[in-house]
Design a protein around this ligand. Structure first.
Ligand code: CAO
Length: 424
């Protein structure tokens, strides 16, 4: 026969007015004996209050934030007397936190609580109640990797569920970045050390930041550094400059680099490729669209110049001027940043001697260019001053070997040092 029973707060030692920090059940829930009903938190421990028997919750009398003591009515449960008689131990009548919904025939029942220690420093084990630990164990979640959103950083059921959802949403498979186990970044209150100001990241930085992070952690990068002798190229560029400045076209070293990179990609086609979704095949492209990193006030954008193989230096310089202006004026459509095969990131107009650019996936390589400078180069038994251009080629080591990378930069150097080769 069904009977309504009261579930009361049992004796928890000296503790009185213990805050409820989580309520795991609601009216209508079917619960099993030992299933956690509430979590409480004293100064020393968090503890779960388990159900004393199987039944259906009729009414929950406590809520998060309530302070309860021994004898407080927790909830009413409808139970089958034949099942519960063995586990029920009646105690004193309830002292309800909030007036319970009329329980005339209810039999009071006190339940044992299961405590767990609170962490006493930041590095100790995760701060979670036994039921949450049990829940996490069932899902195979390592609680030390879950950030608690509850009071004092306590981990809630929601936190565990969100953690699992995020983990499942990570891309899997050959080109994905799933399965990385890294510890969380420390959360630091910088204001403890001095004055601070918080500035939100721009939309572009947020978007590109997520992609950069994924590419950085999921692609095995190597960066090959090299130098190209551009002494003659610069002399030629300056000659052209005098002619074309009148037409409003600025010819920078980048126009030559675009053309030279394409020549090297034609020589070494693996640089014009992407891994397919399985990670087992290389998709070789027969077109040559090159992305150029443009520094804008809102962050980095990478517009793509199409069919670079079919265009001359002057045309490329003109298009470069147009796309970088449009990028800085935020007038580029999303399509202008799609379809790239390879990226050039030039910091040469600013400075530096070398850097390690991050590959713009699904491309497999990116060329970083730093500032050219005059260096003494030993030629035909004497040192001669030559204009040397630093090159930094980052490549995906799953696709490109080190030797191939050096062949690529050497070839690039050869073409840049004698730009007549660009027309071969
Ligand atoms: N060595 C020496 N001088 C160089 C050079 C190099 N490698 N590259 C360019 N220069 C010179 C140019 O000739 C030009 O000189 P003058 O004004 O005397 O003619 C000057 O530097 C400025 O060039 P520029 O930057 O206007 O033009 P660009 O074609 O070299 O570059 C663009 C265009 C859009 C790529 C560039 O403006 C830019 O945004 N670069 C930053 C890219 C970036 O942030 N990459 C980092 C990605 S990782 O965070």
């Amino acid at each position: 026969m069904a009977e309504i029973k009261q579930v009361l707060m049992p004796d928890i030692g000296d503790s009185k007015d213990v805050p409820v920090i989580e309520v795991m059940v609601k009216a209508g829930d079917t619960v099993k004996a030992e299933q956690s009903l509430l979590t409480l938190e004293t100064d020393k421990a968090t503890m779960d209050v388990p159900a004393p028997f199987d039944g259906v919750v009729k009414n929950v009398s406590v809520k998060v934030g309530d302070k309860i003591s021994e004898g407080t009515l927790i909830l009413l449960m409808e139970t089958n007397t034949t099942v519960t008689s063995a586990v029920v131990s009646p105690t004193t009548p309830p002292t309800s936190v909030k007036e319970a919904a009329n329980p005339p025939a209810a039999t009071p029942v006190a339940v044992p609580v299961t405590p767990t220690s609170l962490p006493n420093n930041l590095t100790s084990k995760a701060h979670a109640s036994p039921s949450i630990r049990h829940f996490a164990r069932e899902l195979g979640v390592d609680l030390t990797r879950v950030k608690g959103s509850g009071e004092k950083g306590r981990i809630t059921k929601n936190d565990v569920q969100s953690f699992v959802k995020t983990a499942l949403a990570q891309p899997q498979g050959g080109t994905g970045g799933g399965g990385l186990h890294v510890s969380a970044m420390p959360v630091v209150d910088f204001s403890k050390f001095g004055a601070i100001e918080t500035k939100p990241l721009s939309r572009i930085k947020k978007l590109s930041g997520a992609n950069l992070h994924r590419n950085w952690v999921s692609i095995p990068h190597i960066t090959q550094h090299d130098e190209a002798d551009i002494t003659e190229m610069e002399a030629f560029r300056k000659e052209l400059g005098e002619e074309y400045t009148k037409q409003g076209i600025k010819i920078t070293p980048l126009a030559f680099l675009l053309k030279a990179v394409v020549t090297a990609m034609q020589q070494y086609p693996d640089f014009n490729a992407s891994l397919d979704a399985s990670g087992e095949n290389l998709v070789l492209k027969k077109y040559f669209h090159i992305g150029v990193a443009v520094d804008t006030s809102d962050g980095l954008m990478v517009p793509v110049l199409r069919d670079v193989d079919q265009k001359g230096i002057v045309q490329l310089a003109k298009e470069l001027g147009e796309i970088s202006t449009k990028a800085r004026e935020k007038k580029l459509p999303a399509t202008a940043m799609q379809g790239g095969c390879f990226t050039i990131s030039s910091l040469g107009g600013i400075g530096g001697t070398a850097f390690t650019p991050i590959i713009n996936a699904p491309e497999v390589a990116i060329l970083g260019v730093s500032k050219a400078s005059i260096k003494p180069v030993f030629k035909e038994s004497e040192f001669v001053p030559r204009l040397m251009l630093p090159l930094s080629l980052s490549y995906d080591h799953r696709v490109i070997d080190g030797a191939q990378a050096v062949h690529f930069t050497s070839y690039l150097g050869k073409v840049l040092s004698d730009v007549r080769r660009l027309v071969l």
